[in-house]
Design a protein around this ligand. Structure first.
Ligand code: FAD
Ligand code: FES
Ligand code: MG
Length: 274
């Protein structure tokens, strides 16, 4: 069992957990994820490792409620424990000094880019981070991002905090500004990662996206996370999760993400209404 030692509610639908997992804490690198099963009967879900404390033997995960399992998880408290936490999985982020590196994130993606931004900064890059949210209440981990970035820009759809609009508006402004952007990484909702990739394409700026395809085993065996990148089949769990955003077949990916909508709806109904 993997005990929850700390919980912080970051936004109405997003919670941060510190979970006892000393071996994973020791080995994890930016970009890695874990596959978690809440209890014996639970499904397996992938979650990014947002941080670790080797001394405490804990890893940090940040969960955004979207359906049954994430709702169940967000209702858990310190002292509760997960049945399984498997990891670290996936390839680590390739870190290199690209001069100026921009991170773009939204939702749980903000937590996922914290260790990535930190590693780029340590490698000597000038790090600009853009956080997007629907409104002020949903902006999370601003201080954590601030600590690992040289500049932070925030955009909200309703203008209740930071700049009104989309993260792509902010990114375009930065790209057309004085600093030559050498690298962009986007982590968050698929439409956002797609829009960022389309924006950077004409500028030929290397752009990585962290794909959130459906995963079951997380070890390359089941095939559920298959995506097409540069015309080739790839498994997000072992070949990714980060891929060149200019090469990803987003149409196919979005279709595959919606494969189990009926089952997911049924599972949520069952959880909420018995
Ligand atoms: P459901 O109602 O079952 O599904 C809602 C939607 O989530 C689905 O339509 C589908 O698009 C997606 N989804 C469902 N099952 C899975 C699955 N087994 N694997 C992947 N996606 C699924 N979420 C976070 O909140 N924090 C994270 O740090 C995080 N990191 C991720 C890292 C990776 C590499 C991947 C692939 C996904 C990550 N996700 C993360 C997404 C998270 O796994 C899904 O939101 C979660 O599985 C949804 O489960 P559910 O039962 O609550 O929702
Ligand atoms: Fe099964 Fe990737 S999750 S192959
Ligand atoms: Mg589910």
């Amino acid at each position: 069992m993997y005990e929850i030692v700390e919980k912080r509610v970051l936004a109405p639908n997003i919670s941060l957990f510190k979970v006892k997992a000393p071996r994973i804490a020791l080995k994890r690198k930016p970009g890695n994820f874990v596959v978690v099963r809440i209890d014996e009967r639970g499904e397996r879900i992938p979650l990014t490792i947002a941080g670790a404390d080797i001394k405490e033997g804990t890893i940090t995960i940040v969960t955004q409620e979207v359906g049954r399992t994430t709702k169940q998880m967000v209702a858990m408290e310190p002292g509760d424990a997960f049945q399984d936490v498997v990891g670290p999985l996936g390839k680590a982020t390739h870190i290199e000094n690209y001069g100026t590196a921009v991170t773009v994130s939204g939702g749980y993606g903000v937590a996922a880019v914290v260790p990535i931004a930190e590693a780029f900064k340590a490698a000597g890059s000038y790090v600009i981070s853009i956080i997007g949210a629907r409104n002020k209440e949903l902006v999370i981990l601003e201080e954590d991002i601030q600590a690992v970035s040289h500049e932070v820009h925030i955009s909200t759809n309703d203008g209740s905090y930071g700049q009104k609009g989309l993260v792509t508006d902010v990114l375009k402004h930065i790209i057309e500004g004085e600093r030559k952007v050498g690298f962009v990484i986007a982590v968050g909702p698929t439409p956002m990662m797609r829009a960022v990739s389309e924006l950077t394409r004409p500028y030929a700026i290397k752009t990585m996206v962290s794909l959130n395809s459906i995963m079951v085993d997380g070890t390359g065996m089941c095939g559920s996370c298959r995506v097409t990148v540069g015309g080739q089949s790839r498994f997000v769990c072992v070949d990714g999760p980060e891929f060149d955003g200019h090469e990803v077949d987003f149409d196919e990916m979005v279709k595959r993400q919606k494969m189990y909508l009926d089952e997911e709806k049924r599972a949520l109904e069952e959880y909420l209404h018995g």
